[in-house]
Write a protein that binds this ligand. Structure first.
Ligand code: ARG
Length: 585
């Protein structure tokens, strides 16, 4: 059934707006979850904000609003407290009706966007021939989760991998390829370079030590830019090698993404320059073509230039992003473009967008958003490195998480005296290990730096993936133990919400839509994690206090419905974080 429930907050908002009357049309009801759940579920602070405008005391305004508020079907009679807070307490009967609607809906009654948008999420975006580092891992995990939420909300999302596959470094790499692997260019499949990190280092060493190598590299750059066939072949071989390594990580993490790398925009770069020139923005500065920025100045207070074409005629990262933003608006017809990169690139995007706007490429309805994140640190608070001081290979990091999850699992099985098949152990370790890495990243406010700790992320207690997965498994355990078919729970047996923990759990279940709407708007997946964590806690409190299988009817079925809805919410919520659930662990 495709029913959408008008969830709590929306219903209250509608009722408040109706109570305002024509005079106050368009006023924001300022509805927030109550600060103390003893006094209310929601409170509206609108009376205080209207007081000045209406020249009346806020309590009197609140009284008037309450007098017109039609919420009898939905909550206890509203009360006015303190200086003029309007307190709203949801009625158990309303909660029960909403939960029922949720139970029979195929998407837990969650609403879809009324105005679906075309959205690009530009994420992951590693660089060819350089290793994919932990920063790219953050971008991959955060970007994927944001894309999943937006897709679930009904938007048309294009996931783009803006791979760094072009630039002067290819001169050096191609020269080294010819030198070290001459057969690669003549024999098909002769090359298997792994993740190219070592290759890059060796090429760099040759470049630094040998003048003649440097000169050949320079000529390769020219050949590449002028489209020399043989050079292009070498270039695509290198890209192909990197792609294989990236894809391994994406497969492991279950990431879907479309590659549209920097080279895609090559043919469009000259027209970026001519368009900016026609818009009167372009200035010659020491032989380079630049746009002087507004609001970005150097130490002397003079405006900074954004270089669009270097004095040697070459283009750069910013030129490519200018071409990209224009293409995404004019050809992809995007309403919203989201860029997920480390916080260090904030200025880059602000500058590129400023130029794009001044050139008239960004219509008013288009939203350009940078989703910045902090750096990954080791447990010592320093930049995340291996013991020998090298950058951590992503593949190694993920394998290590899986290996540790396996060690934890084996210890637990031993303790519980359980024997499980090798297949089970592999499957559970893999899901738990990868979930732990993803969840640890997503549950932090992304703007802060985050400390990478295998021990913390794999802990069974606390705001971790294993804790959440375990809550889900607990519910599946109830169904196995009681032989319950959650799909066919008595739809005519009444829902009884009496115990404090039942009421709290019910209210929490009905707030999922608010959380998703918030993530859709501000793109902070940690809000979703926090919600799922609190939901699991509320479920555990309920489960510790209220017998389920042992309860009498109709309580028994009612509680089973609560358990099932919790599990379904956890499963859906985790899937939006890119985390699958387990039936047993
Ligand atoms: N390749 C870049 C890096 O590794 C990230 C690209 C982000 N996207 C973009 N449109 N600039 O830092």
């Amino acid at each position: 059934m495709k029913s959408t429930l008008t969830t709590l907050k929306t219903r209250f908002n509608q009722a408040l707006v109706a109570a305002f009357g024509a005079e106050l049309e368009g006023t924001d009801p300022m509805l927030v979850p109550a600060s103390n759940p003893k006094f209310a579920d929601y409170q509206s602070n609108v009376a205080m904000s209207l007081s000045k405008r209406l020249g009346q005391n806020p309590r009197a305004i609140a009284d008037q609003i309450v007098a017109h508020l039609e919420v009898a079907d939905l909550c206890e009679p509203p009360t006015v407290a303190g200086p003029g807070f309007i307190n709203l307490f949801v009625q158990p009967s309303y909660l029960a009706a909403q939960l029922r609607a949720m139970q029979t809906s195929d998407r837990l009654g969650l609403p879809q966007a009324k105005h679906p948008q075309k959205i690009i999420v530009d994420f992951s975006s590693p660089n060819i021939a350089k290793e994919m580092h932990v920063g790219h891992l953050r971008s991959t995990i955060i970007g994927d989760s944001i894309a999943r939420v937006l897709e679930f909300q009904g938007h048309d999302v294009l996931r783009l991998n803006h791979v760094g596959d072009w630039g002067t470094q290819f001169g050096m790499l191609i020269t080294y390829l010819r030198e070290a692997y001459p057969e690669a260019l003549t024999t098909a499949n002769a090359l298997a370079l792994g993740d190219l990190t070592t290759f890059y280092k060796q090429a760099k060493a040759r470049f630094d030590e040998d003048e003649d190598f440097r000169e050949r590299s320079r000529l390769e750059v020219v050949a590449l830019q002028s489209g020399n066939e043989d050079t292009l072949k070498a270039w695509s071989l290198l890209c192909e090698q990197s792609r294989i390594a990236f894809q391994e990580i994406y497969d492991l993490l279950d990431i879907r993404i479309t590659e549209r790398g920097e080279s895609f925009y090559n043919p469009l770069l000259p027209s970026v320059v001519t368009d900016l020139e026609a818009a009167g923005l372009l200035v010659e500065d020491n032989g380079a073509k630049v746009v002087f920025l507004e609001g970005f100045t150097n130490k002397e207070g003079n405006p900074l230039p954004l270089i669009v074409q270097k004095s040697d005629g070459g283009y750069n990262y910013a030129t490519t992003d200018l071409a990209a933003v224009r293409y995404r608006i004019q050809q992809d017809h995007c309403d919203r473009i989201i860029y997920v990169t480390d916080a260090g690139q904030a200025n880059h995007f602000a500058q590129v967008w400023q130029v794009a706007r001044r050139a008239g490429w960004v219509p008013d309805h288009v939203e350009l958003v940078h989703v910045p994140f902090g750096v990954v640190q080791g447990e010592d608070g320093k930049k995340f490195k291996t013991r020998s001081g090298d950058t951590v290979r992503l593949r190694d990091l993920l394998d290590e998480a899986i290996a540790r999850a396996r060690a934890d699992l084996e210890a637990r099985l031993k303790e519980e005296g359980r024997t499980e098949s090798e297949e089970f152990i592999q499957q559970v370790s893999r899901v738990v290990g990868l979930a732990a890495v993803k969840y640890a990243d997503l549950s932090q406010n992304r703007t802060s730096n985050y400390i990478f700790s295998y021990d913390k992320m794999l802990a069974l207690q606390g705001n971790t993936a294993p804790y959440m997965l375990y809550a889900y498994v607990r519910v599946q355990g109830i169904s196995r133990k009681g032989g319950i078919d959650f799909e066919h729970l008595g739809a005519d047996s009444p829902l009884v919400l009496e115990d404090e923990t039942e009421l709290t759990l019910a209210k929490s279940l009905l707030q999922f839509d608010e959380i998703l709407a918030a993530v859709e708007a501000d793109l902070f997946p940690n809000r979703l994690c926090q919600y799922l964590f609190e939901l699991s806690q509320k479920f555990n409190q309920f489960y510790d206090r209220c017998p389920v299988l042992q309860a009498e009817e109709p309580l028994r079925t009612s509680r089973l419905v609560l358990a099932d809805l919790t599990a379904r919410t956890l499963k859906l919520g985790l899937s939006l974080l890119g985390i699958p659930v387990l039936e047993r662990m």
